[in-house]
Design a protein around this ligand. Structure first.
Ligand SMILES: Cc1cc2nc3c(=O)[nH]c(=O)nc-3n(C[C@H](O)[C@H](O)[C@H](O)COP(=O)(O)OP(=O)(O)OC[C@H]3O[C@@H](n4cnc5c(N)ncnc54)[C@H](O)[C@@H]3O)c2cc1C
Length: 176
């Protein structure tokens, strides 16, 4: 799918694209309890939701079992190449970012809404709402977490005012 992630991070975020997410392929998850004991978890269809995995509280994910479909190697390589080409042409992969900032609200696309609000290319110091893909905030150099949070506040406010939709963030904020 061309998503940068460790297996633990991909499971915790239920990483995916419009074509599907990792949870669709998971038959078992292995984790470490906070007390150091090991556990196995058999996910059900409700376990994985949009960019979320309901892991046991405090668990560190250490592995999983994936149910994959067999395909000829050449076909897989061709598909990966095609997907990466699309990503490169539509996403600002040359600049530092955390990927998409916002979840798509039901029936709409966050990037389209942000673009409609005229926010593409909007900057706060070194942080910028990407002019290539409005759901990305890129760091043009020296951008701080506070700059990114300021752009997120502005986006939330403008989209709420324009579309009466409360955007939910996909990225997780850690710390202050
Ligand atoms: C250029 C770019 C493109 C991207 N495109 C996509 C995309 O198309 N689709 C998509 O879904 N995401 C995308 N992302 C976002 C990112 O790749 C995913 O969220 C990915 O799942 C993060 O994985 P990570 O290993 O880096 O985890 P981190 O970012 O380090 O962590 C993410 C969360 O998972 C938790 N976590 C991580 N490891 C574990 C573990 N072992 N056990 C328990 N919890 C854990 C962390 O505490 C954190 O809350 C993109 C990011 C970038 C930079």
């Amino acid at each position: 799918m061309g998503i940068p992630a460790t297996i633990g991070g991909a499971l915790a975020m239920n990483a995916g694209t419009a074509d599907g997410w990792i949870g669709d392929f998971v038959s078992a998850v292995y984790y470490l309890h906070p007390d150091g004991t090991l556990g196995e978890y058999k996910p059900s269809s409700a376990t994985f939701t949009y960019r979320n995995f309901n892991a046991p509280a405090g668990a560190v994910l250490i592995g999983c079992r994936l149910r994959l479909h067999r395909k000829p190697l050449a076909e897989i390589q061709k598909e990966m190449k095609a997907r990466l080409k699309v990503k490169k042409s539509t996403q600002p992969l040359a600049l530092a970012s955390a990927g998409c900032v916002w979840k798509n609200p039901p029936g709409d696309v966050a990037a389209r809404m942000i673009e409609k609000c005229g926010l593409k290319g909007k900057r706060v110091n070194g942080a910028e709402i990407s002019s290539k893909h409005a759901n990305f905030i890129v760091n043009r150099g020296g951008g701080t977490a506070a700059d990114i949070l300021a752009l997120m506040d502005l986006t939330r406010e403008r989209v709420q005012g324009h579309f009466s939709v409360a955007l939910e963030h996909e990225i997780r904020t850690i710390g202050e």
